[in-house]
Write a protein that binds this ligand. Structure first.
Ligand code: HEC
Length: 177
């Protein structure tokens, strides 16, 4: 009998499908980025409350827009640094949706971080193909927009955003899975 016959556990598949941690090359760069980032503390915390989420989303927006500007200027290395920060912040919102039993929204987080990773891959190609980069930018932007259409509401009077009414429902307290 093979010694590993009954010990063959599938370790690669995370049961809850949390967005995968970034690979080492990104983590090293991220550590450098966060060291100089004024709001680094949020990136190292879990996202528990709606207020936490608003802060995270604003940060994702700021860094993703900055990445897009740098891409437009063909400053690809700078764009990557911005993108990594956006990606890391967004990934942390997975916990928020999961705690509130919104697996559908958590899936959107996973899909969007995957789109940001795909963009990072395009930015890591040698030589860089601007058309492929642009296509990846569009896909990532569409992933953000799809989630916003489903879960975000704009308050017209103030021009601010929130979570659509009913999305968190009763799943806000101890009952949340
Ligand atoms: C899982 C769903 C989801 C995904 C994916 C998502 N967002 Fe959001 N986003 C929200 C929700 C919900 C809000 C409203 C939260 C709030 O502001 O209270 C929001 C708010 C925002 C805001 C406004 C923040 C504010 O209050 O001023 C920005 C900017 C933003 N998102 C950018 C992005 C970008 C850029 C991406 C993609 C890289 C993205 N988001 C991906 C759900 C999502």
């Amino acid at each position: 009998m093979r010694p590993d016959a009954c010990g063959d556990v599938e370790r690669s598949d995370h049961p809850q499908r949390e967005p995968p941690r970034t690979v080492a090359r990104r983590s090293v760069l991220l550590a450098a980025v966060l060291t100089v980032s004024a709001s680094a503390t949020v990136a190292t915390q879990k996202v528990f409350t709606a207020d936490d989420l608003a802060v995270v989303e604003r940060t994702v927006g700021t860094y993703f827009e900055a990445a897009k500007s740098q891409i437009a200027a063909q400053e690809y290395e700078t764009a990557k640094v911005r993108l990594i920060v956006a990606r890391e912040y967004l990934a942390r919102s997975w916990t928020f949706w999961s705690r509130h039993a919104r697996g559908d929204a958590a899936k959107r987080v996973t899909a969007t971080t995957a789109a940001l990773d795909a963009l990072d891959d395009r930015l890591s190609e040698v030589p860089i193909d601007p058309a492929r980069v642009q296509a990846a930018v569009h896909e990532a932007t569409a992933a953000c927009a799809a989630c916003h259409a489903e879960f975000r509401v704009e308050h017209p009077a103030s021009g601010t955003y929130g979570i659509k009414p009913g999305i968190l429902g009763e799943h806000t307290g101890e009952r949340g899975r």
